[in-house]
Design a protein around this ligand. Structure first.
Ligand code: NDP
Length: 326
């Protein structure tokens, strides 16, 4: 049975008594830093001298340090740089300033799970992974609410890692919504699976293939765009609010009948096999190896896919339609 913890289960004073370094000031970094500051924490920002994010941090009232300076001066270090460079940032900027008993935090398990970061044995290591982008994390906190998070302790040398991690989650606003205990493997593998199979990869492939099918059959691209892409938000909102059965109750009987009849013919047993393979690739590290090699090679495939992505007809139609139907 899942354990969900709330504000009452976390002592905010623990994190307020520590100095926290936020390394990186992007989507997650800015939200963590601002939420922690508003929760009364002592926060330092670590960014490279040439970082584009320095300007944004300054506008938010920070005086960013270099990553190794911030890490050395803090007792709690939250690593919020892109997953693919966390190993390098840990070795170059965090490790030199480590002292026994410090707490290293991450917001997604990739770098630890796939051994990109191999933390020193003398420190505590834990994860607080908010279930949403930084903008949402900040927005909900500012509204007096919060977004849920997954958390786990990976390495507890001091015996205090659990309480300090929960205290951090409280300062972030996540215990207002509820935090779920997980394991590093579960968070990493389910997160990668969901983004590849449903949220990003699955959804975009479904939308594009449906759009291409309609256009190929002679329908107007503008109509295909509206019904296959734009209306996704309406259905997603219903799913978010009440789940699949609730969504089914909110759509027309015709749409619901078509859902039961045709949905399983589109996402069929062949697709299930592909999903199982995608999960296997994540579990056995094949996906991570590919992604790490891709980065070592300078991201050639990612760059090529981005070019294809930007020039697909659905983008041209979409740009046009978003202006006409704001
Ligand atoms: P972003 O790409 O938005 O931000 C990365 C930040 O790190 C930028 O400020 C970047 O600066 C900075 N940076 C780059 N190189 C270095 C360096 N060498 N030293 C210090 N800072 C550096 O990343 P995210 O916020 O999206 O991701 C951070 C972590 O949060 C990842 O582990 C991710 O998986 C996790 N996460 C992300 C979520 C999301 O929705 N975005 C949700 C939950 C977890 P510059 O501007 O100069 O590039």
């Amino acid at each position: 049975m899942t354990t969900i913890l709330y504000d009452a289960d976390a002592d905010l004073e623990l994190i307020r008594q520590k100095r926290v370094a936020i390394i990186g000031y992007g989507s997650q970094g800015h939200a963590h830093a601002l939420n922690l500051r508003d929760s009364g924490c002592d926060v330092l920002i670590g960014l490279p001298a040439e970082s584009k994010s320095r300007e944004r941090a300054r506008q938010d009232g920070w005086s960013p340090l270099l990553p190794h300076e911030a890490a050395a001066q803090a007792e709690v270090i939250m690593l919020l740089v892109p997953d693919q460079i966390q190993g390098q940032v840990y070795t170059q900027s965090i490790q030199p300033g480590l002292a026994p008993g410090k707490l290293l935090l991450i917001a997604h398990g990739f770098s630890l799970q796939y051994r990109q970061v191999v933390p020193d044995e003398t420190i505590d290591v834990a994860m607080v992974a908010p279930n949403g982008p930084g903008a949402q994390l900040r927005h909900m906190y500012s509204q007096g609410s919060g977004i849920p998070a997954l958390w786990t302790v990976y390495q507890d040398v001091t015996g205090r890692a659990r309480d300090l991690t929960l205290s951090y989650a409280r300062a972030l606003g996540c215990t207002r919504a509820g935090v779920i205990q997980t394991t590093l493997a579960e968070e990493t593998e389910t997160d990668l699976f969901a983004e590849q199979v449903v949220l990003c990869g699955g959804l975009t492939s479904l939308i594009r293939t449906a759009f291409e099918t309609l256009v190929e059959a002679g329908y107007q691209p503008e109509v295909a765009y509206t019904c296959c892409l734009q209306e996704v938000k309406l259905i997603a909102d219903l799913l978010y609010k009440g789940g699949i059965h609730f969504m089914h109750n909110s759509i027309s009987d015709t749409a619901e009948f078509g859902d039961y009849r045709t949905g399983p013919r589109i996402i069929d047993e062949h697709t299930r096999g592909n999903m199982r393979q995608a999960l296997k690739d994540i579990q056995d590290g094949s996906f991570a190896r590919e992604w790490i090699q891709e980065n070592q090679a300078g991201q050639p495939m990612l760059k090529a896919w981005r070019r294809q992505d930007a020039t697909h007809p659905i983008e041209t139609v979409g740009e046009h339609m978003r202006k006409l139907l704001p």
